[in-house]
Every structure is written in structure tokens, then in C-alpha cells.
Design a protein around this ligand. Structure first.
Ligand SMILES: [Zn+2]
Length: 315
């Protein structure tokens, strides 16, 4: 397949603690209308900047959060939306429409939620869906396979650019799922990442391994504390981790609660506490079937720093 369009970054003017320099909206310009990945906040300046890029043929959402999805209705009320969450997934062109409308490529015949490993071909871009729950239940990354200059991964908030760690939603996030998703991305060697916030990621695999190490170090620390009879009070632990930064105590305490839940779940499952290497229930245990490229390398022992592992229960 020929190379697709060069991605254009339109950064929203919503900088903040959680949004870093602002939300990154990625646009793939195409003659039949652009593909927009994460329309961003419904900020009039941001929406106007996107509208200057021309009509929208399709929207892809990396997850449900408002700083990524809010502009959807103002910007592209009539466009198909490809999302994991049924709250957003839709295809208003499905009924009686030409499925090859304006060269936008075959539309998915349903408006259903995205499935793992599904490939979308829109506006000359070939985009493979990687479900990466953790930050939220509905988080996904999109592998732009025919990007000019080599494959690119739209990472949403699963991997942020720069040195910031992703948060885990207190509503539907899961650290256990997030570690699985990071292991999956750690197999994407040599792929550049275009995140939902922050600068471009030079190597998705390396970045994901760094994030895994950070999470595992925290979990090791916490497991050792509990083993030594320390208090499991999340607020207290958050204060001890960040003694000089009261502004982060509340979110840090939520992270600790996710860590405690992960450790408890690992004990219940008999799984290694610092990240599961087994597949989730219902997944095909063999990597045969549709080739999914490097993503199955996630289970290689080289990505698992065994030396860091400590049992949570007594030896
Ligand atoms: Zn975000």
C-alpha cells in the first residue's frame, strides 16, 4: 500500500497539570476529508484551527475523556466515529450511503465499538486498532502502518510524551490492565509514537519499558512496605512519596489505591505482582491467526526485570 498522509499536529490551548502543554489533536489530511484523531476540547479557538483543515471524513477516539472527545459534536457531528466506547462509536453514513464516499475508503459496516487488531482504511491511511485499557477501560492506540517514513502509533494517554507518567482513571482505570497494555507496547520496537499530550515519542518500545520500570518500582516499594507491616493508608503513602508537593497528594493517593488493588488482585490470582505475563481470559493463547506484527513480542522475558520482583506473600 502507498504511504498515507503526513500527520499534522493541532495542539489545543488547554495546558494544565493533567494535559501538559495541551491536548494533541492529530489530523491526517485527505482529499475526501481529513481523519481526525482525538478532536480535543470544545474550545472555540481549537475548533476553528481544526475547521481550517477542511471537512472531516472520520474521527478516531483514543478514549472517552473530555479533553480528547468534547469537540466531537461541534466539529464533526455527521462523521463516523471510531471508538471503543459504545457511547461514542457511530456511523451515520451506514444507511444508504456509498461506502466509498469521496475516496474515504471502506467504512466499517457497523457503528459498533472497535475491536482489537481491527484495521481501518480511511483517507489513504491504514490504521490498526490496539486495545490498551488501563488509563481508562476504553483506551486504544492506533498503529498507522503506512505512515510516510515508517509506522507511527497514536498513543492517546496510554503513553504520554516527555517524562510524565499516565494517570489511571479513578472511575474505570486499572493498573493491572495498564501493565498488560504497557507490555504490549514494549514489543513495538522502532515505532515512533504520537501521544495525546507532550512531544513525539522517539521509540514506543523504549518509552513503554521505562513506564513499566517506573510502575514496577512503585509496586515493589509498596509490597515491601506492606510486608514489613507498614500502613496501607493511601493518603499517608502519597504524602510520604511527595513530601514537598501537596498539590499532587490527592491524585497520588488514587494511584496508591490502584497499586493496592493490583497487589491484592495479584495475590488472589496467584499472578506475579509486578505485572502479569499471562493472557486475559478468552484470549487466543496462540499468536497464530491474523498476524499482529510485533505486538506478540510483549511476552518475551527480556521485557521482564526479574531482579525487581519480590513476592507479596511470605516466602
Ligand atoms: Zn488527556
Amino acid at each position: 500500500m502507498l504511504s498515507g498522509p503526513e500527520p499534522v499536529l493541532v495542539r489545543a490551548p488547554n495546558p494544565g497539570v493533567m494535559t501538559l502543554e495541551g491536548t494533541n489533536t492529530w489530523v491526517l489530511p485527505a482529499p475526501g476529508g481529513a481523519v481526525v484523531i482525538d478532536p480535543g476540547p470544545a474550545d472555540p479557538v481549537h475548533v476553528a484551527a481544526l475547521e481550517r483543515r477542511g471537512p472531516v471524513a472520520a474521527v478516531l477516539l483514543t478514549h472517552r475523556h473530555a479533553d480528547h472527545s468534547e469537540a466531537l459534536e461541534v466539529l464533526a457531528a455527521d462523521a463516523p466515529v471510531h471508538a471503543v466506547s459504545p457511547q461514542f462509536a457511530r456511523n451515520p453514513l451506514r444507511d444508504g450511503a456509498d461506502p466509498l464516499r469521496d475516496g474515504a475508503g471502506p467504512l466499517r459496516d457497523g457503528a459498533g465499538p472497535l475491536r482489537d487488531d481491527e484495521v481501518l482504511v480511511i483517507g489513504g491511511a491504514r490504521l490498526r486498532v490496539l486495545l490498551t485499557p488501563g488509563h481508562t477501560e476504553d483506551s486504544a492506540c492506533f498503529l498507522y502502518e503506512n505512515a510516510p517514513g515508517g509506522p507511527l502509533l497514536f498513543t492517546g494517554d496510554t503513553l504520554l510524551g516527555g517524562r510524565s507518567a499516565s494517570s489511571i482513571s479513578r472511575i474505570d482505570g486499572s493498573l493491572t490492565q495498564y501493565l498488560d497494555s504497557l507490555e504490549r507496547l514494549a514489543g513495538r520496537i522502532g515505532v515512533r509514537g504520537l501521544p495525546g499530550h507532550g512531544p513525539e515519542i522517539m521509540d514506543v518500545a523504549e518509552h513503554a519499558r521505562g513506564a513499566l520500570e517506573h510502575r514496577r518500582a512503585r509496586l515493589s516499594e509498596l509490597a515491601a512496605r506492606l510486608e514489613a507491616g507498614g500502613s496501607p493508608d493511601a493518603e499517608e503513602i502519597a504524602r510520604q512519596r511527595h513530601p514537598d508537593r501537596p498539590e499532587v497528594w490527592a491524585p497520588a493517593a488514587w494511584m496508591v489505591r490502584h497499586e493496592l488493588a493490583h497487589l491484592a488482585r495479584s495475590i488472589a490470582d496467584g499472578a506475579p505482582p509486578l505485572g502479569r505475563r499471562s493472557r486475559r481470559d478468552g484470549e487466543d493463547p496462540s499468536p497464530s491467526g491474523t498476524p499482529i506484527g510485533e505486538c506478540d513480542r510483549r511476552a518475551t522475558p527480556s521485557t521482564v526485570p526479574l531482579a525487581e520482583e519480590r513476592p507479596v506473600r511470605g516466602r
